[in-house]
Write a protein that binds this ligand. Structure first.
Ligand code: PEP
Ligand code: MG
Length: 563
């Protein structure tokens, strides 16, 4: 009997590498049991009520087993969720709803959990933060009572490739890369947070693989190629052996980015916290190309005071003595609203008061932040550069640089995330010391495609030739003024795109530290002339797919490295 031919489902590769393993489907979310579903007269109500306690016992035990396998924060979280599942008040309330209201057990559990959740919500603060956990327990109990698979990650005693229509970023954040070899989704986009997290966690991923849920069956062997953006169902033995050999290769970064002919390209890290900074330094990053300072402000009703900010920034700077650390001022608004900066509700928040624009109504927040950055910089040895997000005009750039100068921050630059800033890079860089292109937002604003919306994922793609033309325009502006132009959006982490960016004139690339070895390896195998030739081909392409194909075809090293 000849083996079944393999089927290839195309998608968008968002985290490189090759993963091979049996498919495991993410269970569909648990639906609310219809309201008012009651037990028929004559039912043994006590026996039905007892099912709740039994289900609670099993869910509690399963969560404790999972907690025992986990460590650190994940283990704490699972213990806490297990405790909610065994909560006697919740169980007693649900039992009462079976006995008194004659509700089916799953509906009784649903209503009892809703009532607990409402009480927690009303208490606010830390209690309100537990509501999501109560809903999680509710869903687990309903699944248990209705004989459905438990929601959340599939539990298998072997590693697998996770297949789903879409996966919430929060779930990706908790994945164990030893258990989940790769991720395939039918929906989702390349700049979605799911994709960003998969890359940060080093899990091979392909998104927007339309129809993959029908092409793959539970347990089928699948090969995920995160570089080419394909999912092969039923790969042959040679493909499996090649993928496993590549997956076993361990690459590291020697801390010195360069092309094959020695042209220097600084390879930096994107960080959001002191822990990230330590990790980035351990992985050889040459410095930090984007320090997202929002982390110090998230979940805060009031902005942290200057002392608190100084302490937080110093910890990040301390991880890179003598090295460049590019600190981005607060980027709030749109998908990152902060209570103390909230203004009038906006119909289009991505086009509203966000990033540097929040400083018009709240100049004191920017002033305090610059004070804190200057104090942290004076206390540490890092070479501190400062930049503002969402700069759209020459005036904004000039005012921001002037504010930094007043605080003694001599290297002040701008992020290029808005097409106007790319087109006016020359005049902007007459004032600013450097530019860093945020390709995530630049793509969103160039293509008019919300970066988190799966339905426009094909547009939110930095391979779009229009986006590449704006990168080229920014580099021309940088060359005119003799200023460096870096990239700190997700595009910098994609090895084939990194080659194009260098060919367009980008001087540094900042990315999740996990991507450093792959990007470094591909650059080290490619001369600057080759980068330029491939960049010219990409600019001449009329579609994103053509740009990607022509560049990948010119980089055989990608296949050699399994990227
Ligand atoms: C970007 O827009 O590319 C960027 C780096 O900023 P953020 O992802 O934080 O919006
Ligand atoms: Mg941005």
């Amino acid at each position: 009997m000849s083996p079944q031919p393999s089927v290839v489902v195309p998608g968008i590769g968002v985290s490189p590498g090759r993963a091979v393993g049996p498919a495991a489907f993410l269970p569909e979310p648990v639906a609310e049991p219809p309201s008012g579903r009651r037990l028929p007269p004559g039912t043994d109500y006590a026996a039905q009520a007892a099912l709740v306690a039994a289900a609670s016992g099993r869910v509690h035990a399963a969560l404790e087993v999972a907690a025992a396998r986990a460590d650190g924060e994940s283990a704490d979280l699972l213990h806490a969720t297990a405790a909610i599942a065994a909560d006697p008040t919740l169980v007693a309330d649900a039992e009462q709803r079976v006995l008194a209201d004659r509700l089916v057990p799953e509906r009784a559990v649903w209503e009892a959990a809703e009532s607990v959740a409402a009480q927690f919500e009303a208490l606010g603060g830390l209690f309100a933060e537990r509501v999501r956990d109560i809903e999680d327990v509710r869903d687990r109990l309903v699944a248990e009572l209705t004989g459905r698979p438990a929601p959340g990650l599939p539990e298998r005693d072997h590693p697998y490739v996770l297949v789903a229509t879409d996966i919430a970023p929060a779930l990706v954040a908790t994945l164990d890369p030893a258990q989940v070899l790769g991720i395939v989704t039918g929906a989702g986009g390349p700049t979605s947070h799911t994709a960003i997290l998969a890359r940060a966690r080093g899990i091979t991923a392909v998104v927007a693989a339309r129809g993959v849920e029908d092409a793959v069956a539970e347990g089928d062997l699948v090969l995920v190629d995160g570089g080419a953006g394909t999912v092969t169902v039923g790969p042959d033995d040679a493909q499996v052996a090649a993928a496993r050999a590549l997956a076993a290769q361990v690459r590291t970064f020697d801390g010195h980015g360069r092309t094959a002919d020695g042209h220097r390209v600084e390879l930096l890290a994107n960080v959001g916290s002191p822990a990230d900074a330590l990790d980035a330094a351990a992985q050889g990053a040459e410095g930090v190309g984007l320090f997202r300072t929002e982390f110090a402000f998230l979940d805060r009703e009031e902005a942290p005071d200057v002392d608190e900010q100084v302490a937080a920034y110093r910890q990040v700077l301390a991880a890179f003595p003598g090295r460049k650390v590019v600190v981005r001022t607060l980027d709030a608004g749109a998908d990152k609203p902060l209570p103390f900066l909230a203004g009038e509700p906006e119909a289009n928040p991505a086009l509203g008061v966000r990033g540097l624009r929040t400083a018009v109504a709240h100049p004191e927040v920017l002033e305090d932040q610059l004070t804190a950055i200057a104090r942290a910089a004076a206390a540490q040895d890092a070479d501190v550069w400062v930049m503002a997000p969402m700069v759209s005009t020459v005036d904004e750039a000039q005012e921001f640089v002037a504010a930094c100068t007043r605080h003694g921050l001599g290297t002040a630059g701008v992020m290029v995330e808005v097409p106007s800033a790319a087109l006016l890079a020359g005049p902007i860089l007459a004032h600013a010391a450097f530019a860093s292109i945020g390709t995530n937002d630049l793509t969103q604003y160039t293509m008019a495609a919300d970066r988190v919306l799966g339905s426009v994922a094909h547009l939110s793609y930095a391979w779009q030739p229009a986006v590449l033309h704006l990168v080229a325009a920014t580099c021309r502006g940088g060359a005119q003024q003799g200023r460096p132009v870096g990239v700190c959006g997700e595009a910098a982490a994609v090895p084939a795109l990194a080659v194009v960016l260098v060919g367009l004139g980008v001087t540094s690339l900042s990315m999740t530290p996990r991507a450093l070895p792959d990007v470094a390896a591909v650059l080290a195998a490619t001369t600057l002339d080759e980068c330029r030739r491939l960049a010219t081909l990409a600019l001449a392409a009329s579609t994103a797919a053509d740009a990607q194909d022509v560049v990948r075809a010119g980089l055989p090293v990608l296949a050699d490295l399994g990227l």
